[in-house]
Design a protein around this ligand. Structure first.
Ligand SMILES: C[S@@+](CC[C@H](N)C(=O)[O-])C[C@H]1O[C@@H](n2cnc3c(N)ncnc32)[C@H](O)[C@@H]1O
Length: 273
């Protein structure tokens, strides 16, 4: 789902526009094995910092400098960062979401996909990937590519502030079966192919990669990042990635940590949001 969405595909954008205009709708989340459930309702995307989970507020403390909000939605994180005086570029592939950002006062909101973020945008100090949207990296290889690319587009002291859903917590039978199928297909257990439906509109199918704290640490370690802070509210995982310094022999060395390393999580059955 890397291109700007056509109106008939902009299910999420219309959910946000409707809510802004006083109509509360309910989106559905469809998985490619036929599983259908409720997706998050619109309220959360308009929520103020004081109502966010404590873990989300903790990791947001790491936001500083010039900020790239990768999947801005209704702009709640962009607006909060702007309130702190930070310069923010908010991007999204949903025209409806960008209209909502603009109407709510986000100063610089652009129609752009994570996949198209490049050096022409300038250097960033913080990259935000919130509300499960670290998962927009899609799969393991693209996660590694994205983390390396973001390392090249950010300052030496940069942070990636993200959240994800632990696929090994609260899995039901269909989630477990889906994870088995993933393993058979060489995918990570937490990779889900989904689309969002809202009324007559439906997004294209896209891959979301849910990871455990341990898997996140492993992906970071293979790139130029390490987990600096992790806060868990199972199944939700909130984390801050910091850049690992290069040593003279070219191997990554961790910067001094502000918080403990993530603990390894037990494996169980994967789940989707
Ligand atoms: C669940 S919302 C999260 C919104 C916001 N981060 C928040 O926490 O309120 C996901 C957003 O990601 C956007 N999105 C999906 N794929 C994207 C991509 N490849 N690049 C940028 N944004 C994308 C969607 O249009 C949607 O607005």
């Amino acid at each position: 789902m890397a291109q700007a969405l056509a109106d008939a595909e902009d299910a999420f954008g219309h959910l946000l526009l409707d809510f802004l205009d006083g109509r509360r709708g309910q989106p559905l989340l469809e998985r490619d094995d036929g599983h259908v459930g409720s997706a998050l309702g619109p309220e959360v995307f308009f929520s103020e910092r004081g109502t966010w989970p404590a873990e989300e507020q903790d990791v947001f403390e790491a936001v500083s400098g010039r900020v790239l909000d990768v999947d801005a939605g209704a702009g709640r994180h962009a607006l909060e960062a702007e309130r702190h005086g930070f310069e923010v570029l908010a991007i999204d592939i949903s025209p409806g979401a960008l209209e909502v950002c603009n109407r709510r006062g986000v100063r610089d909101a652009r129609l752009l996909a994570l996949e198209d973020v490049g050096p022409e945008l300038g250097e960033f100090d913080t990259v935000l990937m919130m509300c499960g949207n670290f998962g927009l990296v899609g799969d393991r290889e693209r996660a590694l590519d994205t983390l390396r690319r973001l390392a090249g587009l950010t300052s030496s002291n940069a942070r990636i502030v993200l959240d994800t859903v632990d696929p090994y917590v609260d899995a039901d039978g269909s989630d477990a079966a889906y994870a088995v199928r993933n393993r058979e297909r060489g995918r990570m257990p937490g990779q889900v192919t989904i689309r969002i439906r809202y009324g007559e509109r439906v997004t294209p199918w896209y891959d979301l990669l849910n990871v455990s704290a341990q898997e996140l640490a492993e992906l970071a370690k293979e790139t130029r990042w390490h987990v600096e802070l992790v806060r868990e509210d199972p199944p939700d995982i909130y984390a801050v990635l910091a850049k690992s310094a290069r040593t003279a022999c070219g191997r990554g060395r961790a910067l001094p940590r502000r918080a403990r390393r993530p603990r390894a999580r037990s494996t169980g059955s994967p789940r989707t949001r």
